[in-house]
Design a protein around this ligand. Sequence first.
Ligand code: FCB
Length: 456
Amino acid sequence: MTRTFPPGFLWGAATAAYQIEGATAADGRGPSIWDTFSHTPGKVSGGDTGDVAADHYRGFREDVALMAELGLPAYRFSVSWPRVQPGGRGPANPRGLDHYDRLVDALLEHGIRPVLTLYHWDLPQELEDAGGWGARDTAARFAEYAVLVADRLGGRVPLWTTLNEPWCSAFLGYAAGVHAPGRTDPALALRAAHHLLLAHGLGTAALRAALPAGTQVSITLNLHAVEPASDTPAAADAVRRIDGLGNRLFLDPLLRGRYPADLLADTDEITDWGFVRSGDEPAIAAPIDVLGVNYYAPTLVDGGGTGPDGPSPWPGCADVRFVESTGPATAMGWPIDAGGLRALVHRVHTEYPGIPLMITENGAAFDDLVNSDGAVRDPERIAYLREHLAAVHDAIEAGVDLRGYFVWSLLDNFEWAYGYSKRFGIVHVDYATQRRVWKDSAHWYREVIRANGLKQ
Ligand code: FCB
């Protein structure tokens, strides 16, 4: 059976600035919260930092040539805010913008469509020192930064994404403390979530004013495919609560213009939500053209939780039990289940109709090795990608308006708190030499793109 995707379906690969660029002190770049966090002992596995990463800032031309060889129609990358505004405010640092100017030109020269994310977690440290995402002002600063980038790159970048995965910024960064800035304050995390959403809304309005008509604006969410582990009312309530914090906290204000009432009630002992001012919800609901969805694994929950051992990314959910699934898993320990992706996009399509979707990240880490013959055999990754692409195809057949798919990731890179210990790339990176070696999955993906479909 051959699965052919619709004409114009957008194939791509994704990366993020801090994970691949390195050159953290080059051309006037200021420090970000991830520089501070990764340089704090004990925060990142192996003490790894993004100082050098995949050295893409210097080697971007070779990487773009590699993308061209792969036949990639689109490339999703992020702009480093502290390169553009070293302290997060004030005029642009032209040398920082120059890099993205050259990158976009190189992509266009090879016929690769640039898909630009403005914020993939690298907040300028000076803004964190002034309160970070806990401060309302950060949302206004983000909109100003967005305009600086739009003024330089507008007209050449057809699709802009404001934020990548605000759930992670808010709850891994400010509640669980496992991501920068490493805070563990549940009330602050909810406040941060609101200010991130507000930043998206203000940023979207600012982008619309600064960009040529017809430019698309989006946000990318890591939506959770939450499933009950048992057929009990407690499990159903656990699903409702995790869905509330993981999905509806973002989807509802973005697409319906208001926060979900049950979520506000569930969290009223943590915060009174007084940080939501009149006019904020309509601002957050500024129309978008596409919703980016990142999906890796489903989340299985039940009642009967006794609270986490340490700070949790799920404020007020101590009684929710996260159930480990017993099936196959990736090197992250994440269960492999493409059914979650199928269910998730279906659900968004039915409950939030009218918004085109794009899978902006999907992929898997495995412990890849370069063989003595120079090959990297990664059949598990190919199987993972194949299953998830089949799920995307099923969803399209069932009527879901799904416009594209970006594999995470083009290159092995700095996997946040896991450092370089986890490899998500379809291209292997030897960090000692910066040599790139195509994994089998890269060869496979090139054929998928070429055929615009999957051969079974
Ligand atoms: C996502 C992030 C991305 C990468 C993948 C594995 O949450 O957006 O940067 O780390 O997970």
